[in-house]
Design a protein around this ligand. Structure first.
Ligand SMILES: Cc1cc2nc3c(=O)[nH]c(=O)nc-3n(C[C@H](O)[C@H](O)[C@H](O)COP(=O)(O)OP(=O)(O)OC[C@H]3O[C@@H](n4cnc5c(N)ncnc54)[C@H](O)[C@@H]3O)c2cc1C
Length: 355
């Protein structure tokens, strides 16, 4: 995977310095663009290996780690990009998934002062909870937590903390749900259920992916939503679902799932995986003064059309701006934001030249 695809080597000595926070597809593509425009780039990431979701969430049979590391190694060796890994950047106090792997903390405001520009591309590292009674039981987890754990075990960073893992119920119909269900099958779970509140036609992962999993032996149940978790001695033993029917379109344009009274049924489970979406995680907490007002209620950073926080040397791109998306979108955002950083910093040099 090539991130610096616009040049073969850095064009001349570095002129200005840029900090990129987050080494997912948005941050790495921005880094590749910026080094080819002659900037010195330092990357900061809270996880110990670069690549973001590509390294720690998406299964290896889809994106091999070697291909990500090839591009990262080129950034390091040919373009002297410094990777500050296991380093969480934050202004204020907040905790997201994967934070336990960070051994250092850096203050966002120090980076803003110390670099000519800062790009925030920190993605969506917090998961939506099921929000039903019992969802805090020991063996109820998010898809991100489940997949992150598998990747960390594979990478030798952790011993598995997932329990018996024989009967798995995954709730959701998106890519995270597909990956969690598929990994469960591939890693030997005896029974895997994928339960979605609308029909296969509305599943965000697409009908093809769902049918592919059904062929692998996954039990697909549509038009059902969780109502409560059956908990015994602190652990989930099953999940109570309620059947749904499709109603009028909601604000997303998709038919709203409407509960059917008295239609509850239970599926036994020793692992419950909630794959119902991730939330943007900017390195800005509510107590971060003036900057906090650029973070919306949904966690997304609001930037102007130039990917910039108005009036500041701070830019943002990728899923932390758009909400959960796809690799291609994140790469496009990273490249466009990097182009804007280049314009912004070039204009500053021009303004400083005496006429
Ligand atoms: C399970 C799953 C499966 C998916 N499958 C696909 C797929 O098949 N195809 C597809 O196109 N898309 C897929 N996606 C979506 C895709 O992974 C994302 O859209 C994409 O990775 C977003 O890129 P990003 O660079 O914005 O963020 P990320 O890839 O999330 O990278 C953000 C980086 O920022 C770091 N970070 C976060 N907070 C901080 C902080 N405070 N300080 C320092 N570093 C921080 C994180 O460690 C991470 O490395 C999937 C997503 C998930 C969750």
């Amino acid at each position: 995977m090539k991130f610096a695809f616009l040049c073969r080597e850095r064009p001349g000595a570095a002129k200005q310095r840029v900090a990129v926070i987050g080494s997912g597809p948005a941050g790495l593509s921005a880094t590749g663009y910026l080094v080819c425009r002659g900037y010195e780039v330092d990357v900061y990431d809270k996880l110990p290996i670069p690549g973001g979701m590509m390294t720690f969430a998406i299964p290896k049979y889809r994106i091999p780690l070697d291909s990500i590391m090839e591009g990262v190694d080129e950034l390091k060796s040919k373009f002297s990009v410094q990777f500050n890994l296991a380093t969480k950047v934050i202004c204020g106090e907040r905790h997201d998934e994967g934070d336990e792997l960070a051994t250092n903390t850096v203050d966002l405001l120090k980076l803003v002062e110390g670099y000519d520009a800062v790009l925030i591309s920190t993605g969506t590292w917090r998961s939506r909870r099921l929000g039903v009674p019992g969802d805090d039981a020991k063996n109820v987890m998010s898809a991100l937590e489940f997949l992150l754990n598998l990747h960390m075990v594979d990478l030798g960073l952790r011993k598995s903390h997932i329990g018996s893992f024989k009967k798995v119920v995954v709730v959701g119909g998106g890519l995270s749900a597909i990956d969690a269900a598929e990994e469960s099958v591939l890693r030997g779970a005896q029974e895997v259920y994928l339960v979605y509140r609308r029909t296969i036609k509305e599943a965000p992962a697409g009908e093809y992916e769902v049918r592919r999993l059904m062929r692998m032996g996954v039990n697909w149940i549509e038009l059902a939503a969780p109502k409560s978790i059956v908990v015994e001695n602190g652990s989930a033993r099953g999940i109570v679902f309620q059947r749904m029917k499709l109603g009028e379109p909601d604000e997303t344009g998709r038919p709203r799932p409407v509960p059917i009274p008295g239609s509850e049924f239970t599926i036994e489970a020793d692992t419950v995986i909630a794959a119902i979406g991730e939330i943007p995680t900017p390195p800005i907490a509510s107590e971060c003064g003036d900057l906090a007002k650029y973070v919306g209620k949904d966690g997304r950073i609001s930037v102007d059309k130039n990917y910039r926080i108005s009036g500041r040397n701070i830019f943002a791109a990728g899923d932390v701006v758009t909400g959960p998306s796809k690799i291609g979108n994140a790469v496009g955002q990273g490249l466009r934001a990097a182009k804007e950083i280049d314009k912004f910093l070039s204009a500053r040099i021009l303004a400083a030249v005496p006429r």
